[in-house]
Design a protein around this ligand. Sequence first.
Ligand SMILES: CC(C)(COP(=O)(O)OP(=O)(O)OC[C@H]1O[C@@H](n2cnc3c(N)ncnc32)[C@H](O)[C@@H]1OP(=O)(O)O)[C@@H](O)C(=O)NCCC(=O)NCCS
Length: 180
Amino acid sequence: MLEGKRVILRPIDKKDVELFLKWFNDPEVTQYLLFYLPMTRKAEEKWIEDNNLSNSNFIFLIEIKGDKGRPNIPIGNCGLHQISWKDRHATFGIAIGEKDYWNNGYGSETSALLLKYGFEVLNLHRISSSVFEFNKRSLKAHQKVGFQIEGRRRKVFFKRNRYCDEIILGLLKSEWSKRK
Ligand SMILES: CC(C)(COP(=O)(O)OP(=O)(O)OC[C@H]1O[C@@H](n2cnc3c(N)ncnc32)[C@H](O)[C@@H]1OP(=O)(O)O)[C@@H](O)C(=O)NCCC(=O)NCCS
């Protein structure tokens, strides 16, 4: 478990599948993500199980810490994916599925915790990410934690009834260390 000031990142359990079905069948959420097909219970359970057994994908549930003894509030998930132990590289992913919690700094806090884990625990050398060009909020949240824009793949994804660019982002451990 990774603990920040306001959020906790904990391992994902099969019982979290209900949350995932809600979040990842919501077009307002999935417009920002790579997948687009209806998410079935079976596919979601398999995704959770595959990830939990994998040593190249580490996924976490994002929870806001409960106030005054109240239970934590699950709001989304995040992870480091496609880890290459040779290159010490991973791909970063995050989705806050509870839309009421967007724009409250939870994404930036979560990202900083996950990067710290990637660089200081897993000893990664580089973490990559990308955003659709229209996802200004995600771009800003990435830049707030240090990601640099490295390039752009033009009109590579069909989203919102048109082709859109993908903005390529990256962060090196050396850059991360200098920010502290
Ligand atoms: C992207 C996401 C993780 C960001 O987390 P968040 O908690 O909403 O974002 P934060 O509050 O930490 O930071 C967002 C920043 O973007 C800014 N922002 C929001 N909308 C913006 C816009 N349209 N243009 C420019 N900046 C914008 C906010 O003001 C904030 O910056 P500030 O702290 O300097 O004011 C979250 O919104 C999310 O999961 N969205 C849906 C799925 C998604 O987009 N996943 C990422 C796929 S790459």
